[in-house]
Ligand binder design. Structure first.
Ligand code: ADP
Ligand code: MG
Length: 472
């Protein structure tokens, strides 16, 4: 240990005595000495929040503890160190104390694999595991996801301190359409620079992380660690449940957004349909950029299959899937990305185990159960309201409101008409779902639209297009 380090230990001892054990552990335990230069001492802490707190409340105290040890010291420079220490230390970087962590495990860069650095914040907060295959490089862009992809890229390329363009970025889509892939891509890309910290959590992890933290009385540390991240990514928000979790989520969301940190969220439905969340959270979620990813078109499915085959070939060079088989799979496995992945895995397993090349006949046999008959889709009233609202550029709450302006009345009638013709709901039930209207109002709307579509071709086309969108 250098004499500088000896001094630092004694200064810490003084601080500990001066502020007491509890305060010391909360605020100073993770403070490191970066170096001493003539009259100034450079110290670092892991987060901006810690830095500003210490500066506001303990600056004098820290200085006087140093002066007791080294009277010539007149200045303390407090900096924020990044959780992931850069693998290559820049030349002008202060002489850092040996890289180490509080728990004595080797510093992150010593453990980091070739694929990507491991963020220390990730460990502390129990970030959810990331799949190394889910990166931008393997994400195929197509009509269904162009906007979501562009927005995610924009977020991933942001730098610390950049103004945040849309916050939160909220991506929604059905199962297997690439939400997790996109979110993990943002996380990998963001963390590879080491300048920003991106934390990826499933909503479940958020709940258990928080609940566990509360139980071990480290809620403060948990919140503080959250404040140390630049981008918070939460997957599968629809699973967030429980009053206190929600309150905490709301709190975290507000704190991060107000502090200019980016929040990225994925869920299987739009914010307005997250029934268990309270209104304030919903409106905050809807206040950023909400993007939907549509179902995968055939081109996109083909692209995903090719990307999967290419990935498999990295490990199994002899694996090859003929073009006609890929086309067949893209045409017939329409459901979602998971089934596409499953199909390639099966072909790979089969051809490896039996040492046979992939043929169309083998593919037809192997993936038979992944080809689902096109069951007529069950259409929900919420879907109708959402699609109609989007088409006419009004909000879903406008449709449910009592407003009687023409720009709302017609879309509302169309939506009620579609609810009657595309679902099995009764008139009273539909009335109830449209802001508690009477069944006679619904009946009137249905008759009105029926009469209009027979004469008004523009309206009739609109209605047909809405039906197609809903049945897609
Ligand atoms: P979600 O989270 O929306 O349910 P996932 O992100 O888990 O869906 O995607 C399911 C599977 O489909 C994954 O294997 C994923 O890599 C793949 N996939 C979905 N969309 C794409 C895409 N655009 N490009 C490449 N792979 C995709
Ligand atoms: Mg997912």
């Amino acid at each position: 240990m250098t004499s500088e380090q000896d001094r630092w230990s004694r200064v810490k001892g003084r601080l500990r005595t001066s502020v007491g054990e509890d305060v010391y552990t909360s605020w100073f335990a993770r403070m490191d000495l970066e170096g001493v230069q003539e009259e100034s001492v450079r110290l670092s802490v892991p987060t901006r929040f810690l830095k500003s707190w210490i500066q506001a409340h303990y600056a004098e105290r820290v200085l006087s503890c140093w002066q007791a040890e080294m009277p010539e010291v007149h200045r303390i420079d407090l900096t924020v160190r990044s959780a992931v220490r850069p693998v290559v230390q820049p030349k002008e970087a202060p002489v850092t104390v040996e890289a180490r962590r509080m728990d004595g495990r080797p510093a992150p860069e010593l453990r980091a694999t070739a694929t990507a650095p491991v963020s220390a914040t990730h460990d502390a907060l129990g970030g959810s595991p990331l799949d190394p295959r889910l990166t931008f490089a393997s994400f195929v862009v197509g009509r269904a996801n162009t906007l979501a992809h562009a927005a995610a890229r924009q977020v991933a390329e942001g730098r610390r301190g950049d103004p945040v363009m849309f916050n939160p970025l909220y991506i929604h889509a059905g199962v297997g359409l690439g939400k997790t892939h996109l979110l993990q891509a943002v996380t990998w890309a963001g963390n590879s620079g080491s300048e920003r910290k991106v934390l990826y959590l499933t909503a479940e992890k958020f709940m258990y992380g928080f609940v566990a933290a509360l139980k071990t009385q480290t809620a403060l540390a948990f919140k503080e660690a959250l404040r140390g991240i630049d981008v918070l990514v939460i997957d599968d928000l629809q699973f967030l449940q429980g009053k206190s979790t929600q309150a905490e989520f709301c709190h975290t969301l507000n704190a991060l957004i107000d502090a200019g940190r980016q929040v990225v969220i994925a869920a299987d439905r739009p914010p307005s349909d997250l029934e268990s969340l309270d209104d304030r959270v919903r409106s905050r979620l809807a206040g950023g950029l909400v993007v939907e990813m549509g179902s995968l078109g055939e081109d996109l499915r083909l692209g995903i299959l090719k990307s999967r085959v290419a990935a498999a070939r990295a490990h199994h060079a002899s694996f090859d899937v003929p073009e006609e088989v890929l086309n067949y799979l893209a045409r017939t496995i329409t459901h979602n990305g998971r089934d596409l992945e499953g199909a390639i895995n099966r072909l790979l397993a089969h051809s490896k185990l039996n040492n046979q090349p992939v043929t169309l006949e083998m593919a037809e046999r192997e993936v038979r159960d992944l080809i689902r008959p096109q069951e007529p889709k069950r259409i929900k009233i919420e879907d109708i309201q959402r699609v109609v609202a989007r088409q006419y550029n009004v909000s879903r709450s406008d449709l449910l409101s009592s407003r009687r302006t023409a720009n709302v009345v017609r879309p509302r009638q169309v939506a009620m008409y579609l609810a009657k013709t595309l679902t099995l709901r009764s008139l009273p039930e539909i009335g109830r779902r449209f802001g508690g209207r009477d069944h006679t109002t619904v009946l009137h709307a249905v008759r009105k639209i029926e009469a209009l579509v027979s004469k008004d071709t523009a309206l009739s086309e609109e209605v047909e297009s809405l039906k197609r969108q809903l049945q897609e």
